[in-house]
Design a protein around this ligand. Structure first.
Ligand SMILES: Cc1cc2nc3c(=O)[nH]c(=O)nc-3n(C[C@H](O)[C@H](O)[C@H](O)COP(=O)(O)O)c2cc1C
Length: 253
C-alpha cells in the first residue's frame, strides 16, 4: 500500500467495539491473508486471521474494560516465546494490518485484555504465546451509546503531544511530523506509555510505564513515527535508535 494511504488511514482509524453481521468481502479477506503471510515471513510471528468465530472469544464474557458486541472475526497476534522482540513486532505488524483494514473500509479494535484468552489459546502451537487479538469487521457509521461511553472513558486520559517528546534543542520538521503520527497511535487504555527523545540529531524511543502491553504500544507508536517522518527506519528494542535510509524514495512500503 502507498504511504499516503497509510497516512490517511491513520487519520480515519478509531477503535470500534460494535460490529454488524455483514461478512468481510472475500477480496478483502484475501488481501488480509496476503499481508499476514508477508508479515509473518518478515517478522517470524505466526499471525492468524479467524473468520466467523469471534463470538467464542467475546460473547458472554464480562470484564470491566471493553464492551464488545457482535465481533465475528479477529486477528490473533501469535508468536514463539523465544522470538526476539515479539511484543514490539506484534505492535508494529498488527498496526500495519489495522491501517490496511481501515483503508478497505473495515473497522478494528486492538484487544489486549477484554476477551476470553483461553478460548483463543488453542490457536497456539508448541512454544507459542498469544499476546493480543484485533477485532475486525464492519460497523455502523454511528457509534453506539456503549461505544461512546468507552471512548469518553479512555479519551479523558489526555497526555499532550509535548509530554511524549524529550528535546533540549530545536527539532526538525520530519521529527514533528513523526510525532503528529505518534499522537494518532492507539495505545492500551490510551496511556501512551512512551517518550521519543531527540538529542544531537538522533532519535530514540523508550517506554515510560512498565505496563503489560507497553512494548506492543511502543511498536505501534514507532511504526506511526516511521510513517509520519518518512526519512528512516527503527532498530527493534526499548530505547533503540532511528536511522536514516532511502527506502522512502518510491512511495511504497
Ligand atoms: C495493545 C492494546 C490493547 C488494547 N486492549 C483493549 C481492550 O482490551 N479492550 C478495549 O476495549 N480496548 C482496548 N484497546 C483500545 C484502546 O482503548 C484504544 O486504542 C485507545 O483508547 C485509543 O482510542 P482509539 O483507538 O479510538 O484512538 C487496546 C489498545 C491497544 C493498543
Amino acid at each position: 500500500m502507498k504511504i499516503e494511504e497509510y497516512l490517511s488511514a491513520m487519520k480515519k482509524r478509531c477503535s470500534r467495539r460494535k460490529y454488524t453481521n455483514r461478512p468481510i468481502d472475500s477480496k478483502y479477506v484475501q488481501q488480509l491473508e496476503d499481508s499476514i503471510a508477508l508479515y509473518n515471513k518478515e517478522s517470524g510471528l505466526n499471525i492468524k486471521l479467524v473468520i466467523g468465530s469471534g463470538a467464542e472469544l467475546f460473547s458472554g464474557f464480562r470484564k470491566s474494560y471493553g464492551l464488545f458486541v457482535g465481533v465475528q472475526n479477529y486477528i490473533a497476534m501469535i508468536g514463539s516465546k523465544t522470538l526476539p522482540n515479539r511484543m514490539e513486532k506484534v505492535g508494529r505488524f498488527g498496526e500495519k494490518i489495522i491501517l490496511e483494514a481501515t483503508a478497505m473500509g473495515l473497522s478494528t479494535c486492538w484487544v489486549g485484555t477484554s476477551y476470553d484468552k483461553n478460548a483463543a489459546k488453542e490457536l497456539c502451537e508448541g512454544n507459542e504465546e498469544l499476546d493480543c487479538v484485533i477485532a475486525v469487521g464492519y460497523s455502523d457509521e454511528k457509534h453506539s451509546l456503549k461505544e461512546r461511553m468507552m471512548e469518553y472513558g479512555t479519551h479523558r486520559q489526555n497526555k499532550s503531544k509535548e509530554a511524549l517528546i524529550e528535546a533540549e534543542e530545536h527539532v526538525p520538521e520530519w521529527f514533528k511530523q513523526g510525532m503528529d503520527a505518534v499522537y494518532l497511535a492507539p495505545t492500551a487504555r490510551n496511556l501512551r506509555p512512551f517518550v521519543f527523545e531527540y538529542k544531537d540529531g538522533q532519535v530514540t524511543a523508550s517506554t515510560t510505564v512498565p505496563t503489560e502491553t507497553a512494548m506492543i504500544d511502543l511498536g505501534i507508536a514507532k511504526l506511526h513515527f516511521e510513517l509520519g517522518a518518512r526519512v528512516g527506519s527503527w532498530d527493534y528494542g526499548n530505547g533503540s535508535h532511528y536511522y536514516f535510509d532511502d527506502k522512502w524514495k518510491d512511495g511504497d512500503i
